[in-house]
Design a protein around this ligand. Structure first.
Ligand code: NOJ
Length: 554
């Protein structure tokens, strides 16, 4: 049963095939290159790979503009290469998730081309049209400052079409049963090719009502149940990890009261408040966000992340809080994006400060959920702000000090490799960090290994332990009679804290450190006195060592 729900104790690593490893020297990463790097990923300890879109596409939105759902972009290889890849991953015990982008297609997709040419074509009703310019044509844009409207006039169809995102991404009419059936077919196809599920793009928009008269789109949640059922029938262990940046009060509608809808969702409220906590040294809003996202069905799970391929979206923070994060991590206009976020990678945001980076990763790994990390963050890769919008944080993986960071032998990589400066491949690369026992990469490997040995985080109940220091987060988990606790200091100064042994529960007088020999024993008054380093963190198992050993023998 425990291992059946594999996603509860997984470590997910997301990557883009085109920027990971180029095997044929054409400048673009491919499935063969990725397959050759599987041992690296296996060694790092990640258990699940999430691949960003790899379908044929004009790639005007990095593949989130799909022109054929049933194929692989020839730049990345063939369907055969894809199956070799999923098979090789499986041989190493790793699972593969892939992006499922079905809110919209590319305007180059054959369906849209048919739809615009002929109103009587069955595909016409696969998209969302209006004869007149909708009065609210500029409402609801997602890429504020870049995207001008959500409706565009199509000269061929002589009608307006709806696009939640860029104008080259016409929305599918997901209320149309034929479109729903096609989505199921796509899911069935790729599970057959070996994937263990999908990171589903833009879920609230997929299930929301669309049309020229829609002001507040109501969601058709039952669609999510249908998706899940298809997966359970076809491949019992496949999951959906949803991108749904929604208010906590609607979480249960997405998961389903009985856990009959989504398996996983990214925890956006915790993500935004985590960055606020790091910027302000104040963990109270983070504790509130943890509380407000506590409720979920037993089989559901949160995805915990720091940075992803998009901007760090701070849209749900209060204006003063958002400003605090901007001031700390993205003060220049050029570092900000879409009036709501920061487009930088994690390491430069944190000034390359190793202690701070460890704090951030330690949190991602120990907050209630399944960690989802991003390629390159394990070595502290940087960004290239000369590149437009979100491309700045999507540069190729830096493998070594060879030309183009060992990513390609071509002199023309798809996206320029970061070279020179503090984050250039000359300094920041896998080969150098492998040789250095104290590198971020080797630290990451150790903590990932330990994280997998602490299933209490993914499975257990958590409690934020209240105490006086607002800059310190103490969180305790309990599962099947075992307890663990984590302490994080968000301040740049060392700090002594006192914690009541009783707050850790039975056996709380002894805390066994999982990462070092700095165990903690309560004093005669029943108090733990801990001296935390700047940005210091502790991972503890609750209970005396001999007690733990006895349990292990059982
Ligand atoms: C969300 C994706 O994460 C983002 O990268 C993309 O641009 C939009 N959806 C549109 O597909």
């Amino acid at each position: 049963m425990i291992n059946d729900l594999w996603y509860k104790n997984a470590v997910v690593y997301c990557l883009s095939v085109g920027t990971f490893m180029d095997s044929n020297g054409d400048g673009c990463g491919d499935f063969e290159g990725l397959t050759r790097r599987l041992e690296y990923l296996h060694g790092l300890g990640v258990t699940t790979l999430w691949l960003m879109p790899f379908h044929p596409s004009p790639r005007r939105d990095d593949g989130y503009d799909v022109s054929d759902y049933y194929n692989v972009d020839p730049r990345f290889g063939t369907l055969g290469d894809f199956v070799e890849f999923t098979h090789s991953a499986e041989q190493l015990g790793m699972r593969v998730l892939m992006d499922l982008v079905v809110n919209h297609t590319s305007d180059q997709h054959a369906w849209f081309q048919e739809a615009r040419k002929d109103r009587n074509s069955k595909y016409h009703d696969w998209y969302v049209w209006s004869d007149k310019k909708p009065p609210r044509y500029a409402d609801g844009v997602v890429f504020s400052g870049v995207q001008k409207s959500t409706w565009t006039f199509d000269k061929v169809a002589r009608r307006w079409y709806f696009h939640r995102f860029y104008e080259f991404q016409p929305d599918l009419n997901t209320a149309n049963p034929a479109v729903q059936a096609e989505i199921l077919k796509i899911m069935g196809f790729w599970t057959q090719m070996g994937v263990s599920g999908f990171r589903m793009d833009a879920v609230p928009f997929v299930i929301g009502a669309k049309g020229p008269k829609v002001v507040h789109p109501t969601e058709k949640f039952d669609m999510l149940r249908q998706f899940r059922e298809l997966l359970q029938w076809r491949r019992g262990d496949a999951i959906i990890l949803a991108e749904a940046n929604v208010l906590p009060k609607t979480n249960m509608a997405y998961f389903g009261d009985e856990g009959e809808r989504l398996h996983m969702m990214f925890n956006f409220p915790v993500n935004q408040n985590l960055f606020y906590a790091m910027a302000a040294g104040d963990t109270r809003p983070l504790a509130k966000a943890l509380e407000s996202t506590r409720e979920r069905p037993a089989t559901s799970q949160w995805g915990m992340f720091l940075r992803n391929h998009d901007e760090l979206d701070l849209g749900r923070l209060r204006p003063a809080q958002r400003q605090r994060v901007f001031d700390a991590f993205g003060p220049e206009k050029d570092m900000q994006l879409y009036d709501r976020g920061i487009r930088r990678r994690l390491a430069p945001m944190l000034g390359g400060n190793r202690r701070r980076l460890e704090l951030a990763y330690s949190l991602m790994l120990t907050l209630p959920g399944t960690p989802v990390m991003r390629y390159g963050d394990e070595i502290g890769m940087g960004d290239d702000l000369n590149l437009p919008e979100r491309t700045c944080a999507r540069t190729p993986m830096q493998w070594s000090t060879e030309r183009q960071g060992g990513f390609t032998t071509s002199s023309k990589p798809v996206i320029p490799v970061i070279s020179g400066g503090a984050y250039g491949f000359e300094h920041v690369n896998v080969a150098a960090q492998r040789r250095d026992p104290d590198s971020l990469l080797n630290w990451m490997e150790r903590v990932i290994r330990m994280r997998k040995e602490v299933p209490e985080i993914g499975w257990g109940d958590f409690k934020v332990i209240p105490h006086v220091e607002k800059s310190v987060l103490v969180i305790r988990y309990e599962w099947r009679g075992n307890a663990v606790a984590f302490v994080h200091n968000f301040r740049a100064d060392p700090l002594e804290i006192k914690l009541d042994a009783k707050s850790f529960g039975r056996h709380g007088g002894q805390l066994v450190n999982l990462l070092s020999n700095a165990h903690s024993r309560a004093n005669s008054k029943g108090t733990h006195c801990m001296l935390l380093e700047p940005y210091g963190y502790r991972w503890f198992r609750v209970g005396p060592l001999d007690y733990l050993l006895k349990r292990e023998e059982m």
